[in-house]
Design a protein around this ligand. Sequence first.
Ligand code: FCB
Length: 465
Amino acid sequence: MIRRRTFLAASAALPFLAARARAQMAVPKLPADFVWGASTSCFQIEGAVREGGRADSIWDVFAREPGRIADGTNADVAADHYHRYPEDVDLLAAGHFRAYRFSTAWPRIVPEGTGPVNPAGLDFYDRLVDQLLEKGVQPWACLYHWDLPQALQQRGGWHNRDIAGWFADYAQATVGRLGDRVKHWAMLNEPSVHAIFGHAVGNHAPGLTGWPSYLKAQHHQNLAQGTAIAALRAQKPDLVLGTVFSLQPVLPSTDKPEDAAAAQRFDAAWNTNNLDPLFKGIYPAAYADQFAPLIKGDDMARIKVAVDFLGVNYYGRAHVVNDPDSVLAQAGWGPQPPGTRTTAMGWPIEPQGLVEVMRRLRDEYANPPAFIMENGACFDDPPPRNGVVDDPERAAFIRQHIIACRAAVDEGCALRGYFVWSLLDNFEWAEGLRRRFGIVHVDFATLKRTPKESYRFLAEVMKPG
Ligand code: FCB
């Protein structure tokens, strides 16, 4: 059944386009209990980095180093969500979002990483959660989206296996304050991506390099994830607990055997070094020997814990080639198939890959309840004109991926929801403020919000009834 509600909420402004746009933007219906949401992360939107007792995170320090951020910006103000959250919650409510995934900042809540909890840091999330509930939006919290307290980096950060306990303590303190109202908790955001870019390639905070560094960061994140889930289950058995992985089908760019082998290594580094430990209690063959020296005692049993859901961030497939000089699995990004369209990040637009990822979870990982927890696109949007930001490519991108969600559901995949990345234009890590993923435009000089046409499109799709 096709739902024919559409896009042109702005059709009043463009009535002559309405009929064509309506046909082009139709989306299939998803189950009535399908969760529609939007995602953000604290460091990328909050700003207020020196307010309310917050201490530096590794990203504050990294962004201060000359040359690290492509456009020379930082996240000191970002979208100023810390002060403007009521307006942002109103945007969620007006857009018919049923759920909102945000992350909590470890350096706000436990500024030194371990030790005293900062009540003022928790107060902010307390206000945010109350505001969301008051407006009928379900809060989903993620405990770690890459902003480690700098104080912990000085103690080895993700290289120090004690971090499993540090993270569990912070998680328990956060849940202790918010867990009466926030039921859905994700532990980590994209641990493999954090391990790869932050700890092997070095173009993300904390800027560490080398493959041994990757292995430690990956294993200790897996361990922290399992340790925190067990601790939170014991603390509050009614919570809905999960974690968030970036998953992408990995394909060799050519039919050369060495590229096929590179694709297998890349797949392990990106996908299965997360999936196999969590769901099977093992590391994939490609790296099992390399992880072995890091595995102590019952680590693997602590990592293989039952999750209530898996968050999946999906942006596109990875097309790779063999590259012996590459620190990332001795593989590099290779040519995409001819004719592949890309976003402004150069990422391929491949909605079918979402279905492939979901099939893999169904067939190889016992079909865990899953939510697309991030999906979206960066395009060079025009600036607002008369209160309108016309971003047809983003709206089309989102629509194609909703169609893919429906295909996955039809194939029996346990896909239960879709969260768009991102509610707001924000600080896109090493790219800075120049890369816009929001469905709401943010003018970083005035901080004014302007919903884009993609927001209006999604609002129509999600409108109940
Ligand atoms: C994901 C990150 C998110 C954002 C998007 C574009 O890998 O989780 O913070 O940067 O990419």
